[in-house]
Design a binder for this molecule. Structure first.
Ligand code: URA
Length: 227
């Protein structure tokens, strides 16, 4: 099996473990673990905040109103949901859509790092404050850091991180919509740049290097990571 196929199978195994996770109290109130969805070999990964009511019901990320806007913005740069992988800082819905709590973020973080390790995205677009602060480790607010690429080491991977406003912010404040379009256009350009060179100190075995030939096998699709 190709590298991409093996990574996809490992990701499905992580999904199976995650779908029974009881590492934080959200396990008691969720309906479904929302692992993430999309191409298991995507160059672009999105990290949002947490599932809402519709996501909790269907087991898929960004399928409510914010998801509609995310789909629209992806379309503006010629991409669809099955070209990317979409995940969240938390896989379980916080009751009443309250903010993620530190213990919940800490419990879910190893799963997120496994997704990054196995999908090997070139670029991670963080949507909103929670994802951006979690992934960059910097507490500066999203309005100050959005639209500027950074490079970070996440577990064993080195990735470009591109902070963007959360789509829900543009739904609440429509004047932010052009900023989101501009940031998605910049994201499209960033995808055209080579992947950052993997840090040999943190890279694991079988790492894809910036100068490697691309994998021929484009991996798994949307609903293999949902009930
Ligand atoms: N839906 C998600 O899956 N994540 C969010 O952050 C918001 C809506």
């Amino acid at each position: 099996m190709s590298g991409a196929g093996a990574r996809r199978d490992e990701l499905v195994a992580v999904y199976r473990t995650a779908s029974e996770c009881t590492l934080c109290p959200l396990a008691e109130t969720r309906a479904t673990v929302v692992f993430g969805a999309g191409d298991a070999d995507a160059d672009l990964m999105f990290i949002g905040e947490a599932p809402g009511a519709e996501e909790d019901r269907r087991g898929l990320p960004f399928v409510g109103r914010a998801g509609g806007l995310l789909n629209e913005l992806l379309g503006e740069i010629g991409l669809g949901r099955d070209d990317v992988f979409i995940a969240n800082t938390l896989m379980c819905r916080p009751p009443g859509n309250r903010d993620p709590q530190p213990d919940e973020l800490a419990a879910c973080r190893p799963y997120l790092l496994e997704k990054v390790r196995l999908i090997e995205p070139k670029v991670i677009a963080t949507l909103g404050n929670f994802a951006t602060k979690l992934i960059t480790g910097d507490q500066t607010g999203i309005t100050r850091v959005r639209g500027r690429p950074q490079v970070h080491h996440l577990g064993v991977r080195t990735v470009r991180v591109f902070p963007i406003l959360h789509p829900a912010a543009a739904l609440r404040t429509p004047k932010l919509r052009p900023t989101m379009s501009a940031d998605f256009a910049a994201l499209g350009r960033l995808l055209g740049e080579p992947a950052p060179v993997q840090d040999p100190a943190s890279a694991g075995q079988g790492e894809r290097r910036a100068d490697d030939a691309p994998e021929p096998d484009r991996g798994g699709q949307l609903d293999i990571f949902a009930p």
